[in-house]
Design a protein around this ligand. Structure first.
Ligand code: FAD
Length: 337
């Protein structure tokens, strides 16, 4: 029976438990014992799901004390001799995993998206070269198979409830933590661009006028989004970035203004229903993706469209027509995306 340790991140408990699916694909459902490691008792959600729950006393160690958690994993490995140690690729998962790999003298594969069994070997797959290639990595040797797993790539299948044994871990190794919690602040809730049907997105071509895109987005009952170029310049917040290192969006209408359409941006658009590209360069890659291409200056386009919308609204109210709330016309289908 193989022994698999899964680090349960307090801020991503479900995502952590999804790693059981990766363990199952490595060893088969009945050929491994799942050990969940958590700090504090907040992880009661893992009861009935893992075979053993190793709970580090929260009074002795906090969930951000990565050095002591690493030492504790080393100590637990000394007792249990795990065959595999899996971490979700969360902020803390990514901080603890490489430290633990050094302690356990094992290799670490980061951001794994697939696992396969090949004879006696385990083949791990991860994206490389900005997602343009997939790299297959075969683990050899006696050390535990160690990996961080990209979020949302495995989904745990519902199984019969297990009788979870709970073990409170009293680490003998703990030293004064190198970090201290000074303040705890809740992040303000922000609207998510993934929920908007209409996105007006700005890129390097209109970077200096990004706030004017908001007027258009408001008129269209939508939200603004941005390319990484704009976000990196500090003119737009990170949470509205579309693309590989931003968000994958699925609006009915995506208006890309002054965006070139680099591969890293385009991957975030694979679920967009209709793309309108406004670009001064007819050969910009986004034009090949778009359903409608407007060649010209982005700011002229915004001002022209705003003028038309406002004129239309005035005419509608003068003629006694109700104001249009939502556009449900036939937009052209997606251009071969
Ligand atoms: C690992 C990695 C991850 C990345 N992740 C992302 C990501 O998640 N999202 C992302 O967007 N990028 C990402 N990038 C960056 C990406 O490679 C591009 O650099 C970036 O998308 C370029 O942004 P842009 O098209 O807005 O700007 P630019 O490349 O500067 O393009 C500007 C465009 O505007 C046009 N233009 C210029 N002036 C006007 C005007 N007046 N009116 C209309 N059009 C005009 C130009 O013709 C051009 O097509 C990533 C890169 C790497 C290496």
């Amino acid at each position: 029976m193989k022994r698999v340790l899964i680090y349960i991140d307090q801020d991503a408990i479900e995502e952590s438990l999804d790693l059981l699916e990766a363990a199952e694909q490595m060893y088969g459902a009945d050929s491994y014992t799942a050990y969940g490691l958590s700090v504090g008792s907040a992880c009661s959600r893992a009861e009935g799901i893992v075979d053993h729950l190793l709970v580090i006393d929260a009074e002795k160690m906090s969930s951000y004390d990565v050095q002591n958690i690493t030492a504790c994993i080393d100590e637990l490995h000394g007792s249990y001799r795990f065959n595999a140690v899996l971490f979700p690729a969360t902020l803390f998962g990514r901080m603890i995993a490489p430290r633990a790999a050094v302690r356990l003298r094992a290799g670490l594969v980061a951001e794994v998206t697939e696992v396969h069994h090949r004879g006696n070997d385990i083949l791990l797959v991860r994206p490389a070269f900005s997602g343009r290639m997939l790299a297959g990595i075969i683990t050899k040797g006696d050390g535990p198979v160690m990996m961080t797993v990209r979020n949302n790539t495995f989904t745990r299948r519902k199984r019969v409830r297990k009788d979870t044994e709970i073990h409170v871990v009293h680490p003998s190794c703990s030293s004064p933590p190198g970090v201290r919690l000074i303040e705890h602040r809740r992040k303000e809730a922000v609207q998510d661009i993934r929920e908007s049907d209409v996105l007006v997105a700005g890129g390097g071509g209109v970077m200096r006028h990004i706030e004017q895109l908001e007027d258009l987005a408001r008129e269209l009952n939508g939200m603004t989004a941005a390319s990484r170029r704009v976000v990196d310049s500090g003119r737009a917040p990170r949470h509205i970035q579309v693309g590989q290192s931003g968000k994958t969006v699925s609006p009915k209408l995506y208006i890309a203004i002054g965006i070139s359409g680099s591969i890293q941006h385009a991957v975030g658009l694979k679920n967009a229903e209709c793309i309108i590209s406004v670009n001064s360069d007819p050969y910009a890659p986004i034009c090949a993706l778009a359903d409608i291409v407007v060649i010209g200056d982005g700011m002229e386009f915004i001002q022209g469209l705003l003028k038309k919308i406002r004129e239309h609204r005035t005419a509608s109210s003068e003629n006694g027509f109700p104001e249009a709330k939502e556009y449900r016309g036939n937009l052209p289908g997606n251009g071969g995306r």
